[in-house]
Ligand binder design. Structure first.
Ligand SMILES: O=C(O)C(=O)C[C@]1(C(=O)O)C=C[C@@H](O)C=C1
Length: 109
């Protein structure tokens, strides 16, 4: 890779790697937070899945999903995150949740 001197002056390779390492530590902290948040979310959705299985409710609730997507797209826009990405990410998580719900419903039969 070609090296480029920044506008403010010349940084040694060691400085650049130090900065990169520091930014990566923050990225690692955020990735850890995302995993912890997802684990908590799945704990709650498992509780929802058990409730749905017990009372014979359908695993998916498309009206609820439409409201969640609308809300998350709005939050993404406010945060300068691509709303299409936010929607894809939520759909990816919900698809996994629905698999879990279906398994719980099958076990309850
Ligand atoms: O709220 C529910 O009814 C859920 O089952 C949770 C959840 C979700 O993961 O947010 C998953 C599936 C539904 O289609 C809607 C939402």
């Amino acid at each position: 890779m070609e090296s480029q001197a920044p506008a403010g002056g010349f940084d040694s390779n060691a400085d650049v790697y130090e900065r990169l390492e520091s930014i990566r530590q923050s990225i690692d902290n955020i990735d850890a937070a995302v995993i912890h948040m997802l684990a908590e979310r799945f704990k709650f959705t498992q509780t929802v899945g058990r409730l749905k299985a017990e009372y014979g409710l359908p695993p998916a609730d498309l009206d609820r999903e439409a409201r969640q997507i609308k809300r998350l797209r709005g939050l993404a826009e406010e945060s300068h995150l691509d709303p299409a990405f936010a929607e894809k990410f939520l759909n990816f998580i919900i698809a996994e949740v629905i698999h879990h719900h279906e398994r719980l419903a099958a076990d309850a039969e």
